[in-house]
Design a protein around this ligand. Structure first.
Ligand code: NAD
Ligand code: ZN
Ligand code: ZN
Length: 389
């Protein structure tokens, strides 16, 4: 089969790879019909997440049809599924409470040590996301082995096109969980940093969950325009001092909750960001935490901080004092995707949400290298890339 593979920092190549096979009774093989490139993939592409090896197959946003099943899979051949990016067993203590991205069993033993050293515990598995999260082959491929196929995949109806369903695999539930973590009360003012796919779905979700106002911060005009189209008030960080601007826009109170939908690759020329960038480049640090610092400082006293943006290491100059003294609540995590897919699928079926507005480019899988490059370098109009194998 053909698959998008990592060949080194900034180097993606579609190569011929061995077809996946059923290795465990609960496995299924899915033939991919659509797959997308995520902002999280850019962290791998840019070499800021460790544990990616040459020839690793990337991709964690995908859907398709079941073409083979192990004897304990509950799927049937021909069934159409969206596959959540977080791999979980469905049986451990964490899974029992639907904390799927904290599953204790889905990272294979041989890969557990890396994360255990860095974070104290092994992480759950993820498709196509480095050996830190299990070293599973990803979905930017013709075929994928899906473990625990009796619990992970979301079965979807045949009469809804891929474009409207694909984002159930990650970014729609991620935006939804980001808004839930902001614990929105009716009429609240929410500030969202980042108008990439995750930020845009956080904005959409915040309004669905009762926000009165959403302030959207980014530096890319095309993305800010999309946020405005969703009803948010756009603020360009290249033109406005964010802390002053937010104070003015909220009558000196500050936003009730803040969402950092950017994570470890914050842009901009603030002093802290330049220092972080140098540390990241020379391998002395992993995270450019400028946005998280800013969001904590901007949040109103007693407010909530929600962090869907991915971080990987340790951050200097973290405003611990502001977090504590203002009595803020901080919630974060890789998304427990499958916890939300039924509810969101229902909203898609009822036409309450149509996530396909996000798609800016469709490419054949063979063009994956061009997709990655443009999604990183031309953010103004490359909002979301969907590829067909
Ligand atoms: N928690 C999860 O499970 C989960 C799932 C998916 C994605 N993510 C993470 O969410 C983040 C966003 O993903 P995406 O696909 O939207 O990425 P993206 O790269 O497309 O978007 C990031 C946006 O942030 C903007 N930005 C950068 N620096 C900024 C700054 N200083 N101030 C304001 N805006 C700034 C960029 O212009 C860009 O529009 C990434 O870190 C990704 O890894 C997390
Ligand atoms: Zn993703
Ligand atoms: Zn589990």
């Amino acid at each position: 089969m053909r698959a998008a593979t990592f060949q080194g920092k900034g180097h993606i190549e579609v190569r011929q790879m061995p077809d996946p096979k059923i290795v465990n009774p609960r496995d299924a093989i899915v033939e991919v019909t659509s797959t997308a490139i995520c902002g999280s993939d850019l962290h791998l592409y840019d070499g800021v997440i460790p544990g990616v090896e040459k020839d690793d197959i990337l991709g964690h946003e995908f859907m398709g049809r079941v073409v083979d099943v192990g004897r304990e899979s509950t799927l049937t051949i021909g069934q159409r599924v969206v596959v959540p990016f977080t791999i979980f067993c469905g049986q451990c203590f964490q899974c029992a409470d639907q904390r799927y991205s904290a599953c204790d069993n889905s990272c294979p033993v041989e890969n557990q040590q890396v994360a255990e050293k860095a974070f104290g515990y092994p992480l759950a598995g993820m498709f196509g996301y480095s050996h830190l999260t299990g070293g599973y082959a990803g979905g930017q491929a013709e075929l994928v082995r899906v473990p625990y196929s009796d619990v992970i995949p979301q079965i979807v109806p045949d009469d809804i096109p891929d474009d409207r369903l694909l984002f159930l695999s990650d970014i729609l539930p991620t935006g939804w969980m980001a808004a839930l973590n902001a614990e929105i009360e009716p009429g609240d003012t929410i500030a969202v940093w980042g108008c990439g796919p995750v930020g845009l779905f956080s904005i959409l979700s915040a309004f669905h969950q009762g926000a009165g106002r959403v302030i959207a911060i980014d530096g890319v005009p095309g993305r800010l325009a999309m946020a405005e189209g969703l009803g948010a008030e756009p603020v360009n960080f290249h033109e406005t001092d964010i802390l002053d601007g937010l104070m003015q826009m909220t009558g000196g109170v500050g936003p009730d909750a803040v969402i950092d939908a950017i994570g470890m690759e914050s842009h901009g020329f603030s002093i802290d960001n330049i220092a972080d960038r140098i540390k990241q480049t020379v391998g002395m640090g992993q995270d450019r935490a400028h946005v998280l610092r800013q969001a904590i400082l901007a949040c109103r006293k007693g407010g909530r901080v929600s962090v869907p943006g991915v971080y990987g290491g340790k951050a200097d100059l973290f405003p611990l004092g502001a977090l504590m003294q203002k009595g803020l609540q901080l919630r974060t995590g890789q998304t427990h995707v499958r916890r939300y897919t039924e509810e969101l699928l229902d909203m898609i079926e009822r036409d309450v949400i149509d996530p396909s507005f996000l798609i800016s480019h469709r490419l054949p899988l063979d063009d994956a290298a061009r997709g990655y490059r443009n999604f990183r370098d031309h953010q103004d109009d490359w909002i979301k890339v969907v590829m067909q194998p």
